[in-house]
Ligand binder design. Structure first.
Ligand code: ATP
Length: 313
């Protein structure tokens, strides 16, 4: 009897979805052009200065209206690290739907299907961008007329990187990462992205950094100026991540990947966020493909992608 009831429920959802408009939305990953930690705050977070950049590598979210509640499905065929992804209400995509429903006092429900492509716990804001895409998507689907500022504020309730993922492009993020200053969109830069085996939990990276701080820091003002002048050569010289040093001590593979990219012709290479992903900036797409080819059969995940501009909400 229970089995029959469950089957009926599944059929009902399928019929609802067939009739409903399905909205598809991209959730772009980010890389850090800089990452600086200014100090630890009383609330336990860190004051940071980050220059964040969207890239074309993206997860896909499909959303549809349903009668009530939140129905969440995930397709993880294309992603390594699926075993640490929550499939329940702790998934950041699910949490974002709940935050929007509560804020807008929505009576209707939402169906969410997430197709993951962005490596998990890799310093690429995979979870944050899914949350941002759900907020942007629900705004459109339900015609909620939320401003970008309101969507960023809702995103900040979920995580510090979510507001950036709402606006995308190139931004300076300060505070705990949620205070954004838009920078000019850079011309599209070819990017090789390497995801070595393993995941680095962000909390571990910050804790380790607190006991082993970097003597060197990025020149954030200079890189922001270079971005606003579209001076990509200067941008490549100024990229810097204070977290790289501590991450490399535990995961020497990060430095190996970085060196290999530079030897293969990358103009610049660096760890993204709290790692372990490493990105290289190539002169052009052909070079990016050649750099990527040197990583074939080396047990790491390789993506050839590019930087992208701000998101139209
Ligand atoms: P950041 O760069 O913002 O610090 P990250 O890219 O290093 O984040 P995520 O891929 O966002 O890391 O994963 C961080 C944690 O969030 C993981 O432990 C993961 O299980 C959890 N998580 C929850 N929801 C998601 C989601 N939709 N996608 C990825 N991770 C999620």
């Amino acid at each position: 009897m229970q089995v029959f009831e469950n089957r009926v429920k599944i059929e009902v959802i399928k019929i609802e979805l067939r009739c409903a408009e399905l909205l598809t939305i991209s959730a772009n990953a980010k890389i850090n052009l800089t990452l600086d930690i200014l100090g630890k705050r009383e609330d336990g977070y860190h004051d940071v200065e980050l220059v964040l950049q969207s890239i074309a590598l993206a997860d896909t979210l499909e959303l549809a209206k349903i009668d009530s509640g939140i129905k969440f499905e995930m397709n993880t065929d294309e992603v390594v690290g699926a075993e640490i992804l929550p499939t329940d209400d702790s998934n950041l995509a699910y949490q974002a739907a709940r935050v929007v429903q509560e804020y807008c006092k929505l009576k209707e429900g939402v169906f969410i299907r997430l197709t993951k492509k962005i490596p998990v716990a890799a310093g690429l804001a995979g979870g944050s961008t899914d949350a941002a895409a759900v907020i942007r998507g629900m705004n459109r689907l339900f015609n909620l007329r939320l401003t970008t500022e309101e969507m960023c504020n809702l995103g900040a309730k979920i995580g510090s990187d979510v507001p950036f993922c709402v606006v995308g492009g190139t931004c300076l993020a300060s505070g705990r990462g949620e205070v954004l200053t838009r920078l000019a969109d850079l011309p599209s830069l070819p990017i090789v992205l390497i995801k070595p085996r393993g995941a680095i939990p962000t909390a571990w990276a910050y804790k380790t950094y607190d006991n082993d701080r970097s003597p060197e820091h990025p020149d954030t003002a200079a890189i922001c100026e270079a971005i606003n002048l579209s001076d990509t050569e200067a941008v490549c010289e100024l990229i810097f991540n204070v977290m790289e040093r501590v991450a490399v001590k535990k995961y020497p593979v990060i430095m190996q990947c970085k060196n290999q990219m530079l030897e293969a012709g990358a103009v610049a290479a660096m760890m993204s966020g709290s790692g372990p992903s490493v990105f290289g900036i190539a002169k052009n797409r052909d070079d990016a493909v050649k750099i990527a080819d040197t990583f074939k059969n080396s047990g790491v995940q390789v993506f050839v992608t590019e930087t992208v501009g701000r998101i139209e909400n």
